[in-house]
Design a protein around this ligand. Structure first.
Ligand code: UTP
Length: 314
């Protein structure tokens, strides 16, 4: 059995949730503290033993290529200023044994279509799909946990977690029965059902380890009502021919495709960031203390507008 060596990072979406920030720059480059989302995703994949990173890019995504490329000017300037530690930091973004490959999705025709764009680069071997706007914090990395399950059962694996029922409309939701600890044999998967139609409370998080047979299911799909080819119906169709497993991963998921999830990730990561930990923790406590006092006195301080410097009010 072939191991999982390749991961696809679909980064060609239109990114409407973070406009205007994402008008000219991809949401995958939004930083959580000092690292872009895509770098967290790549580090997770490397932690799972992946050595070939396939980015499905689109218009305005060149900056992702630059991020994983050498920057001789930056390195030169840092060296001239004696900042060797920073030279090493920028060089470590892409380890030497890891290869980056780019393929373009000419139009954002859906996640399934984006994965299909990588077919020739994948060939006939299992591969991972990693959606960088789901930031998954796990030890071992969530994708490494999934690769372990994949190797054990020799079946495609979807990362799932339990959602509140109102969240069903933003995820693929599975039906199935427990197979092993944290492992569910999938009988059905539905894309973004209403809470009434959701077959369970297990929704798919943005990680997949897929058999290459997914490609013939993707190719057979007709575009949906929005003209898009989604990944979920292809997985559903694949499930009719072979076993597909869902794995309840160990770790925490931050939905950085939403503003709330992005802010939550920023706060949690700041609270354990070597440089920020102490000062941010102290600031947050002071702020929450002050907010509670103010809330008691006159409604929520957090909802009040920032003070305006004298003379600048208009
Ligand atoms: P989303 O459903 O989050 O869509 O895509 P989006 O357009 O990027 O984002 P919003 O909701 O409008 O802000 C899930 C993932 O699939 C990629 C996206 O880049 C994202 O990582 N994707 C989606 C593609 O690569 N191509 C597509 O045609 C659609």
């Amino acid at each position: 059995m072939l191991g999982v060596r390749k991961a696809v990072f679909p980064v060609a979406g239109i990114d409407t949730s973070f406009l205007p920030a994402t008008k000219a720059s991809p949401k995958e480059m939004l930083p959580v503290i000092d690292k872009p989302l895509i770098q967290y995703a790549v580090e997770e994949a490397i932690g799972a033993g992946i050595t070939e990173l396939i980015f499905v890019t689109g218009r305005g995504k060149r900056v992702i290529e630059d991020h994983f490329d050498r920057s001789y000017e930056v390195e030169h300037v840092l060296r001239a200023r004696g900042r060797q530690n920073l030279v090493e930091l920028v060089q470590s973004i892409k380890p030497a044994n890891v290869e980056c490959v780019y393929v373009r999705q000419a139009e954002p025709l859906g996640l399934g279509h984006a994965v299909l764009c990588a077919e020739k680069l994948i060939g006939d071997e299992p591969f991972a799909v990693v959606l960088a706007d789901d930031l998954l914090d796990g030890k071992p990395p969530v994708l490494a946990q999934m690769v372990h399950i994949f190797s054990h059962y020799d079946s495609s694996v979807l990362a799932v977690e339990e959602f509140e029922s109102w969240e069903s409309t933003s995820h693929g939701v599975i039906d199935g029965r427990h197979w092993d600890e944290r492992v569910i044999s999938v009988s059905r998967i539905i894309e973004k059902p209403t809470p009434e139609l959701a077959p369970s409370s297990f929704g798919v998080a943005g990680r997949y380890v897929l058999m290459p047979s997914i490609f013939h299911h993707l190719r057979a799909l007709k575009p949906d009502a929005n003209g898009e080819i989604e990944l979920t119906p292809a997985i559903h169709s694949m499930r009719e021919e072979e076993q597909v497993l869902a794995y309840e991963f160990v770790g925490k998921r931050y939905d950085c495709g939403t503003k709330l999830g992005y802010v939550q990730a920023t706060v949690d990561f700041a609270l354990r960031h070597a440089e920020l930990q102490e000062t941010f923790d102290a600031w947050l406590r002071e702020r929450m203390g002050a907010a509670q006092l103010d809330a008691w006195a006159a409604g929520s301080m957090l909802s009040q507008p920032a003070p305006v410097a004298p003379g600048l009010a208009h």
